[in-house]
Design a protein around this ligand. Structure first.
Ligand code: KG4
Ligand code: ZN
Length: 366
């Protein structure tokens, strides 16, 4: 059975994993043999957010150790894997470059094929690691610090973004509101915790109204919280943090859950996958599960370690490309942005410009 070594460094986690296929294609049942994640969260907390320069330097320092541990845990040498997969877009350019350079070095040293992976496609594959019988088509609600998207997976390698945020990503909105309330970074887990003791009905906050049924907007909601906080402060009142957190969270999660279920229904899909860091939110999990069950949709929510950034999901996506005969050229570059439709450009014969040619600055660094 094929085995893939995978590297993920697109943001603030340095991660390496080994993933194997348990079944013959197309039911390839990816399974992680090891998965190691070194989080930089404490390093960035002092700045209240990820500092790109700090992130890339830390990846350089940490990657060799994470790689060694992932191979140890899998009980394998690099010579024993079939290919090296690596996140090459989208993400922080400096951070992506560290992972890509590491992957290229291994590919050249050990004469292994290189497989560039789109980070969001990786997130989708956390579902396949969770439930081996999962098959496309399905709808994925991907909610993280950088993304809020509804992705229609029509088949392996065939995706369409059917809903996106017009402004902040959901995780970003959580982080910004947490900051307004004087809570630490990252804010999502703090709001989640405070909201448990709060009254979600106390403050009727507005939900952004859009002309598109599956797009989201959180800036109106965020501004409403800002105004509320300012008003309460002017009145000299102590901030009812739990009630504000609960009211904000209820609005945001109900909007996301309703849109995801309505979208799945409209597309005639029977499976809904929830992933990304915000999938850790207890209320979002509960609301989505309840709304989906009412419509008899299957809901797949990976364990938290697979929802947040990790290399096992990149390995699973890489494995899928490997089984489809898709490998990347060694000249592969990185891109801070790349639509899902650009995925074929990462592979030999895929046509179009691969990321190196799309990002002048990244190409210059290379
Ligand atoms: O996927 P992720 O680990 O990193 C990327 O953005 O790629 O997501 C991090 C985001 C942060 O904005 C964090 O505040 C949010 O996920 N988050 C949560 C919870 N746990 C993490 N948001 C709401 N509730 C949570 N329990
Ligand atoms: Zn991510």
């Amino acid at each position: 059975m094929p085995r893939i070594l995978a590297i993920e460094t697109s943001c603030d986690e340095t991660a390496v994993a080994v993933v194997a296929a348990d079944a013959a294609w197309p039911g390839f049942a990816p399974r992680q043999l090891s998965s190691v994640v070194a989080s930089q969260i404490d390093l960035h907390a002092a700045y209240g957010g990820v500092v790109p320069e700090v992130a890339s330097r830390q990846h350089v320092e940490t990657l060799p150790f994470v790689l060694e541990r992932a191979l140890q845990q899998a009980g394998l040498e690099v010579t024993e894997v079939d290919a090296i997969a690596v996140t090459c877009a989208p993400g922080l350019v400096g951070s992506l470059l560290v992972g890509l350079m590491g992957a290229k070095t291994l590919a050249l040293l050990y004469d292994k094929p290189l497989i560039g992976v789109h980070h969001l496609e990786g997130h989708l594959f956390s579902g396949f690691l969770t439930e081996p019988d999962l098959r496309p088509p399905c709808l994925c609600l991907l909610v993280s610090g950088g993304h809020t998207s509804l992705i229609w997976m029509k088949d392996y390698g065939e995706y369409q973004t059917v809903g996106r945020t017009r402004d902040d990503a959901a995780g970003e909105a959580f982080d910004k509101v947490a900051r307004l309330l004087g809570l630490g970074y990252p804010g999502g887990p703090q709001i989640d915790r405070w909201a448990r003791q709060g009254d979600p009905e106390r403050f009727p906050l507005p939900e952004g109204k859009l002309d598109h049924p599956y797009d989201s907007s959180f800036s109106g909601l965020k501004t409403a919280v800002l105004r509320l906080v300012q008003q309460l402060q002017q009145e000299g009142q102590e901030l009812p943090i739990a009630d504000i957190a609960a009211s904000f969270q209820a609005r945001l999660t109900s909007a996301l859950a309703q849109k995801a279920v309505a979208c799945a229904e409209a597309l005639g899909l029977s499976t809904l996958l929830l992933t990304g860091g915000v999938a850790a939110n207890r209320e979002l999990r509960a609301r989505l599960t309840e709304a989906a069950q009412q419509k008899r949709l299957r809901v797949v929510i990976p364990p938290l370690a697979l929802c947040t950034d990790n290399a096992a999901m990149i390995g699973a996506a890489g494995l899928c490309h490997w089984l489809r005969g898709e490998v990347s050229p060694l000249e592969l570059g990185v891109a801070s942005r790349l639509p899902l439709e650009g995925i074929p450009s990462l592979y030999l014969g895929g046509g179009g410009a691969h990321p190196e040619e799309q990002t002048g600055s990244a190409a210059a660094v290379l």
